[in-house]
Design a protein around this ligand. Structure first.
Ligand code: AMP
Length: 129
């Protein structure tokens, strides 16, 4: 999939659309999800133009990969949800592609926390072959 420069997160990075910013550095931007699914629901996106984890892993520089991954833990600490910062932990999710229900075609990690999050995938939705 080629990168769509008009996707909503690209517009947020360019400052064309506002966001409720949590953290920003040279490699990453983090902001509140507009439709939170937990008491704490942050999104973390790389500054570069990557559609998903596979695109990022294949095409980002080592510096970008390290910088982005460091930012995830920084945000978790800043929000006070990591155990290292006194919180009860969090769930990190990255959707990629059709089956995952990825809606925005710019790589993003969901950081969910603030209540017991239950099983990773809803049991009734699982269809085992
Ligand atoms: P995904 O389904 O993994 O692609 O997740 C996309 C997420 O982006 C959803 O949780 C949306 O609520 C969130 N989202 C969409 N537009 C915005 C926006 N303008 N600001 C913050 N979050 C957004």
């Amino acid at each position: 999939m080629s990168y769509d420069k008009e996707n909503i997160f690209a517009k947020i990075i360019r400052g064309e659309i506002p966001c409720d910013k949590i953290y920003e550095d040279d490699y990453a931007l983090s902001f509140e999800d507009i439709r939170p699914q937990a008491p704490s629901h942050a999104l973390i996106i790389p500054k570069g133009e990557y559609t998903d984890v596979n695109d990022f892993s294949a095409n980002a520089s080592n510096e970008e990969i390290v910088g982005f991954n460091r930012a995830i833990a920084i945000v978790a600490d800043k929000l006070g949800i990591s155990e290292q910062s006194g919180g009860n932990g969090y769930r990190l999710i990255a959707n990629a592609g059709k089956d995952s229900h990825q809606e925005v075609p710019h790589l993003h990690f969901h950081l969910l926390a603030g209540r017991p999050l239950g099983p990773m995938v809803l049991a009734e939705k699982i269809k085992l072959k």
